[in-house]
Write a protein of this length. Sequence first.
Length: 709
Amino acid sequence: MDTGGLAGVATSGRLLDGRYRLGSLIARGGMSTVYRGVDLRLDRPVAVKILKDEFIQDPTFLARFDREARAAAGLHHRGIVAMYDQGRDGDTVYLVMELVEGGTLRDLLREHGALSVPVALSILEPVLSALGAAHEAGLVHRDVKPENVLISTRGEVKVADFGLVRAVSSTTMATGDVILGTVAYLSPEQVSTGYSDARSDVYAAGVVGFEMLTGAPPFGGDTALTVAYQHVHNDVPAPSTLAIGVPTALDEIMVRATARNSSDRPADASDFLGELIRMRATLQIRRVPVPLPTPERPVQATTVMPAQRAADTTRTASVEVAGEISPPPDPADVTRVISRPTDAQLGRRRRRRRRSWIIALVVLVLAAGAGATGWWLGSGRYTTVPTLVGQARDSAVQTVESAGLVAVVSEIHDNRMAAGRVVGVDPGEGDRQLRGSEVKLVVSTGRPVVPTVVAGADPAEAAAALVAADLTASLDPAAAVFDAQVPAGQVVRTEPAAGTAVDVGAPVVLIVSKGAQPVAVPAVTDKSVVDAENALKVAGFVIDTQIGQFDATRPAGTVIATRPATGETLTAGAPVALVVSNSLLVPEVVGSSQADASAALTAAELTVAVGPPAFDSDVDGGDVIRTDPVAGTLVDPASATVTLTVSNAITMPDVRGRNVDEAGGQLTGAGLVVQVTSFFGLGSTVQSQDPRPGTRVAPGTTVSLNTFN
C-alpha cells in the first residue's frame, strides 16, 4: 500500500507519517477533505484534514500555515475543536484534530429549518464563548458559518477550523483570488477591503444567529457578487421581521451585531455574549438541550481496500473494480493436461515446494498477527474508566491518561466537594470505553462566592453576574433603601455581602436604591424671596419658577406660600416653586400738584384717574386733596387704578388800592361774585375787601369791596 504523498488525495487505509491511519471519508469542502482516523501512537480516534493541492504550492503559505496551526493549537476551550498536530507527508499537508461524533449546525438547519429562540441561544452562546476565547488570545476565525459549528452526539457545540482560514487567506489575497469565506456570512469590511478583526467574527456570528431564528441567511442572490454587494449596501433586518416570537431585546442585539459599520457592533464575541446573557436573564429565557442533527452523508470516492480485505478477496478469486464484483471462474471451464514431468518441471515443482514452506511460515506469522489483531479489535482497544471522584485535578488527569483515555476538564461550583477535587465523571467510573476516547472530569471550584456588585450597577447586569456565579438573583422592592449617591432603581449592595461563600443556587438579594431620603419643605412664608430661596437650597431643593399672586396683606416681594406646600416631603434635589406677592403700594401724593401726583402713581405701576374737584380750605387749588384708595393701600395689579380728588380752592387776590372796576373784573374772572359798597360811585378806589387777601375760598364766593374812606 502506498504511504507516500498523493498530492492532497488520500485513500482509506493510508498511513501518514507512520502514525495516522486514515479511515472513512467524513466530509469534503472547498479547502480540504476530512477523514476519520486513528492516532496509532496514542491509540485514539482523530479527524484528519487533508488540504487541497492549490493551497500547498506556495512556500509562503506553508510557513504561514505552520504558524497559524501552532497558534490555534494553543487555544484550550471546551467549545473549540482541539488541534492535536499538523504536518506534511510527501505532497500531502494535513491537520490532526479532535474527532467530534455528530453533525453540523448546517445539518440541523437543513433538517429543522428555523429554530426556536431558546434553542438558537443555546447554540449561539457556546459559539460566542469559543470565539471570545480566541479573540482574547488575539486570533480571529474569519469564516464563521453553520458548516464550522459542530454538534456532538452529546449535544455539545464546538467551533472548528481555527487557524486554517487565516493561513489560506494570506495566499488568496496574495494571488488575487476571491476573498476567502462563505459569502453569505462575510462582513462588509471583508468584502470591501479584505480587512477583518474580532468585529468581523461578531458580524458572521450575528448572521448565523439570524439564520437560526429565521431559517435562512439575510441575503441571497444568483451570484456570490450579488450577495456580497448586499452585505456592503444593505442592513441586515431584524429577525422578528421574518420570524414569530423573537423578543424586541434580542432583535436589538442582533441588529447591533450585524451593523454595517463595525464600530457600531460589540467589540468582540465576549461582549456579544455578555449582551445575550443579560437579555436572557432579564427575559428569563430558559436553557434547553441542543437537538442532535442527522449528518448528511458525504459522497464517497472509490477507495482501495485495506490489506486484510484485499487478501480475503484474493482467496475468493473475485476482482473489485470501481465497486463491481466479478465472480470467480467456473471450475468446469478449467481443462487439465496430464503428462510425465520433465526434469525442468521437477525442478520447478521442488522450487514450488520450497515456496510452499515459506508461504506456510508466512501464514503462521500472519496468523499470529491476526490473533493480535483480533485481540485489538476485540478487548484490546477498549479500556475502563478508572475511579476518579474525589481525586485532585492533576492526579485525576494523570490517572485518565494512564488508562489510555483523554481527559477533558471543566469546572463547576459544588457545595460538598473541596475546590480542586473531581466531583463528577462522564462516562461514569467503570464504563468500558474505546482507547483515546474523551473522559470529562468535572472539577469542583468549591462553594460559589457572592461577586462584587459596584454601587450604581444596573439590576439586570448585577443579576446576570449572580447567575454567572451559579447563584439566584432576587429583587425585593420592600428591601430598597434611601441613598443620596445611588440613583433610584440602581443596586446599592447585595445581601449576603460580596465575598460571602454560599451554596450553589442560593438566593442573593439585590438591595436597590430608593434615591435620596425625602426632606420636608421648610416654612418660608413672609420671608423675602432671597431669604426663602436660601432656606430651600440649604434643605437640598432646587428653586423652580416664581409665581406672582395678589395679597392685600403682604407687600410686593414677600413670599405667600410654596408649591409643594410647607411640610410636604420631597426627594432631595426636587424643584420647589415660590408664590410671591405682587401687590402694588399706593404712594402718598396728597398736597402734591396733580401733575406730580400722576407721575408718582405711574411710576408705582398704577393707573391714574381724576375725579370731580372739591374745595378744601387747607389745600391750594390744583393740588391733590385725597386719593382713592388712600395712600399705603396694597392693590391688585390687575385692577390698580387710583382716583385723584383735586382742590378747586381759589386763593383770594389782593385788590386793595385798585380801581373798583378793575378789581371787580379780576375777581369775576377768578370765578368769584363781587359786591361793592361805595359812597362816591363807580371808579372809586377799593379801600378794603372781604374775605381778606390770601384766603382760600370756594368758587362762587361773594367778595365785598369797600370804597369808603
